[in-house]
Design a protein around this ligand. Sequence first.
Ligand SMILES: NC(=O)C1=CN([C@@H]2O[C@H](COP(=O)(O)OP(=O)(O)OC[C@H]3O[C@@H](n4cnc5c(N)ncnc54)[C@H](OP(=O)(O)O)[C@@H]3O)[C@@H](O)[C@H]2O)C=CC1
Ligand SMILES: O=C1CO[C@H](CO)[C@@H](O)[C@@H]1O
Length: 333
Amino acid sequence: MLPVTESPAPFRWGILGVARINRALVGPLASNGHQLLAIASRSVERARTYAETQGIARAYGSYEALLGDPDIDAVYIPLPHSMHVEWAVKAAEARKHVLVEKPISLDGAGVRVLMSAARTHDVVITEAFMYRHHALVARARELAHDGTIGRLQGVRGTFSFVLDRAFDTRLVPEFGGGSLWDVGCYPVSFARTIVGHRPLSVQAVANWGAGEIDLSFFGQLQFPGGVVAQVHSSFESPFKTEVEIIGSEGRLLVRHPFKPEPTETIEVMKANEAYTVTVDGPLLYQGEVDDVRDAARAGRAPLVTLEDSLDNVDTLTALLQAARSGNTVALDA
Ligand SMILES: NC(=O)C1=CN([C@@H]2O[C@H](COP(=O)(O)OP(=O)(O)OC[C@H]3O[C@@H](n4cnc5c(N)ncnc54)[C@H](OP(=O)(O)O)[C@@H]3O)[C@@H](O)[C@H]2O)C=CC1
Ligand SMILES: O=C1CO[C@H](CO)[C@@H](O)[C@@H]1O
């Protein structure tokens, strides 16, 4: 007789909100052993229409109703930035694992609340930094430290695009708007990951446009050992993502650091030598979805831990404080 191999039950997801980013997640949330079981919206009609077009079995007219569904294992939260902590806590209280969009919180206190909720309710809560799940990042970090480019001196990263919609919550201060929160969080996260440390202090300059949110942001981070990172984010210059890692004997160029394709490259440039390192990874967004399930089932920490998110959020709030005050801002150790 052939051995019977039982495949595990699908890991069942719900989404809170009919957000634009859902386009990118509905595939990963419904494949590779996952099932996208439910969608919730503030409008039941919107939820029903979305469920019908995407083949989602259950539609709810409130986020609370979805969280009350006992068949759901985990939720994906793509709400406006200022709503992330509140709904991640409610999801944890309902004993759902949580994948919450970046930035996970607009201050360090919010991340600490999430740490406590994850512990109390024994669930995984992780920030949806999809790029972190590609092997590109780990490989770039190895090359930055293994002598390939000599002694690591600095990291430069940029994420810009033109945000020209008439209304977008990312342009509204009360929702946690601003280019640093929306896209500057990526080069800050990448630089911290490469250096492997929390910055000691930061300086910054921003273009505040006509309002209270930054339309463009230029920040500088000082790390132990004299390593420096420079980050740029913008809502007012054409789409560009890039990271350069600078060493005493050469540099690494990562052309698609934040939205990597399954096969990516790192360009190594030295005085008398240049070559390309090829790195394979999962489809963008599949890695973060798989990691929530695998961490939940194994009882292990997710790849992007809340401690890591705390360092990122603390760095972002320090950068904003530095840009507003014009002073160097030191981070607590
Ligand atoms: N990882 C990535 O590649 C990307 C990540 N993001 C992140 O995803 C999140 C969502 O971004 P995006 O898709 O642009 O957001 P959208 O504005 O398209 O969607 C947010 C949804 O939140 C719900 N919502 C609840 N309360 C409010 C409110 N008061 N005002 C407005 N919307 C509300 C709405 O859903 P409903 O009405 O159905 O309840 C709305 O559609 C952000 O954290 C963003 O940073 C965004 C783009 C790419
Ligand atoms: O996280 C994100 C990734 O890319 C988008 C732009 O291309 C951003 O707007 C978004 O919030």
